[in-house]
Design a protein around this ligand. Structure first.
Ligand SMILES: [Zn+2]
Length: 67
């Protein structure tokens, strides 16, 4: 079993796309809850980490770890 790896600033694809038609989300906050922002319309949502890992499909682009 391989755990899904993701980090801050990563762009991820979810199993279900946003109603705006975009399926690219940027991780903007990590914690017990994960905040992701839709790259299509800029809408951001906060979901519990375990729910996020279930709904996330893959990491499209790795974010910069240095800032
Ligand atoms: Zn959207």
């Amino acid at each position: 079993m391989e755990a899904k790896q993701f980090g801050i600033n990563d762009v991820v694809e979810m199993k279900k796309q946003h109603p705006c038609g975009t399926n690219s989300w940027k991780v903007i906050r990590m914690g017990a809850d994960i905040r992701i922002k839709c790259l299509g319309c800029g809408h951001s949502i906060m979901i519990p980490r375990n729910e996020f890992t279930k709904k996330m499909k893959r990491v499209i682009q790795q974010g910069d770890t240095e800032s």
